[in-house]
Design a binder for this molecule. Sequence first.
Ligand code: ADP
Length: 813
Amino acid sequence: MIGVSHLARRAGWSVWAVLALVGVFVLGLTSVHFALPGSTVALWWPAAGLAVSFLLATDPGPRRSAVFVLGVLVSSGAANYVGGRPVLVSVLYGFANAAEVAVVHGLLTARGRRPGLASMDDLWRLIAATVTGAAVIGLLAGLTAHVVLGGDFFDSASAAAASHGAAVLVMAPLGIAAGLRRVRRPELEDVAQWVVVVGVTSWVFHQNQSLPLAFLPIPGLVWGALRLGLRTVAMQLLVVGVVAVTLTSARGGPFAAAGQLGGIRPETVGALTQAFLATAAVTTLSLAVATTQRRAALADLRSEVELSGVVLDTAASAIIVVDTAGRIARLNATAARLLGDAEEALVGRPAAEVLPVDDREGLAARMDAIADGAAPLHEEQDWRVEGLGVRHLIWTNAYLTDDDGLRTHLVKTGVDVTDERAARTFVEAVLEAATATAIVGTDLDGVITLFNRGAETVLGWRASEVVGARDWSLLHDPAEVERRATELGIEPGFGVLVHRLRGGAATETRDWTYVRKGGARRTVSLTMSGIRDESGRLTGYLGVAEDVTRRRQAEVALQVALDRERQAVEELTALDRTKSDFVSAVSHELRTPLASVLGYTEMLEDGAAGPLTDRQLELLSRVDRNARRLLSLIEDLLLNSRIEAGRLELQPRRCDLSDVVASAWTSVATVTSQRDLVRDIDVSPRPLWVEGDPGALERMVTNLLSNAVKFTPDGGRVSLAAHPDDRDPGTVCLTVSDSGMGIPPADHERVFARFFRSSAANEQAIQGPGLGLSIVRAIAEGHGGSVSLESAPDAGSTFTVTLPVTGSARRVS
Ligand code: ADP
């Protein structure tokens, strides 16, 4: 497609080029034909104008331009030849024409420039190129006329130069303007102007018109130049040229009349006509160019004004322009908003009256002195703005001056910094309030940028001594920094403090030692974090350090105390173990002789050593009772030692709990018989089989019974019951209750602890080592059961032991 359209375009240009060359031929022929009688050269040579105009309009590039120039040579030569000129002359004239076209086009498009008429420079360039082209054709045509035809060189040269120059000057603009946009749509004015130009020109150059009115078409052309744009002007120049030349060659108009009347030579008539055309072209073109320029400048200015208006109104800053009389000349939307009124209502009013500052007189004085340039370049003002309270504005002032350098306006640009100030004050207040916490900011290299009051307190340096001057790591204990650097495998310095942050961590907290100004050392817990700007780029670091010297000292002291305590506990435990071992050994040693004491006592009571008196029997029974108590105590001690050592070795077998209970009841009978107590025993008539160690179970029941007896005063009641549990057929219940002193609820759990004795027991001197109940619990739990207590002071106590019925026991029962 591209190829096809390219070809079409190429073909299109070639067709147009051929048509243009035909035009050159026809125009050339016509010009030769219209040459004034007696003249060796034509009056006008529009063929040159057409050729140049075509090249400028199509801008076909150097190769095609060269081909076209050759075409000009051929067609111009042909026109001359067909017009009746000799072959040699025709060839030379053809060559001269081609040379002219090449020179003009070459100069206008030199260095890749696109020919234009946008500025006066362009116009000068066109005139210069035309004049040069005219000189070339003048020289070549003059030489040809002189050498070959024997004519006067100067006459021929000047006539050719003038006829060609005027043609190019009049027609080239059309080629240039072909590519221009039309300024506006054609209107009635355009038609009127065309009529005037064509009408006046035709009339001035009319055959019967001999008055010297050649200047008359000029105003019409000027009208077009001022109002209608370059294209129209270019076209009208061509039309005027054609009309003027055609009619003049037909002996019409002022120049032809002068020729006839004043005996002026035909070449001069031609030169006058060309001069007229050149003058018209230069005048009209320069006016048209200037008008176009002015129009473009005005459009630029308008868009610039619009742009600056938009910029002003969308600016976040308040902008107020004040004239030398102190009145507001202009202001933007932001300023109007702050002033609480419409822009139109504010313009023209005195600034000192409108701006809501406290010191109106001072402001008025400054506004009056605008012409003197007395306003400061920067100022800060507090404005009382309705609905917004007091706003703090920072102003930048600048003067506008006129061409003479006199000040005409003051431009005030203000930024509302109230919120930023408030935020900054708040942050500063927070930083200052933190008197016990050191807050230190640094740049990326660790140079201190912020050092709050807390930092001064903790680190002992003043902010003025360290901000901007010191690497923060220099306030650290150098040995510690070096140690940490070795640990991390990096160089000692600030990098040690932020190593983790540089590795991507959000914060890093650790203890550091600081060396205060006086040399004292403080331990701080330092948390470092990165400071980032709005785009997330790291710009520095912030460290928050707390003096933890005391806390760390206390922690160390606490650790030492704990260690000591642990050591003491270990020592005590070892001692306790020794003591237990000792008690256990002693108990063992005591049991054997005691057993023999009891044995001999029994023998004596049985009369093995002969009959005993009642008194002797009574004494022996005391020996027996105390020996049994002693034995019981020794048993308890031994049992306790075994429990403590985790060696309560039970030897369970199937046994009837009723038997165990009865046996225990009998063993305490010796004690209870001497007391005034009501004794109840209620044991299930059926056997209560359990899998248990009868000795241990009897010891358990004995301990409970002897406590009941011990803690119940005379007149009271002691009961023992053993039954299958009503609620749980898998268990049997054993209950020992009394109506004695009872146990306060607070002691219910503690009574099962080893060596616990209630204060009441101590006060009433009720003996006992405090081991009984702990042994009861150990034995109950050793059988997979438990013991519970219900009691209240002076309301008696009930101990209930629950024991599981063994599988075999259950089967038997
Ligand atoms: P001991 O009887 O040798 O003092 P125990 O371990 O048998 O030691 O009992 C611990 C404590 O529990 C007793 O000192 C006593 O204060 C309390 N106690 C035990 N049984 C009873 C009870 N039946 N009535 C009132 N208090 C009791």
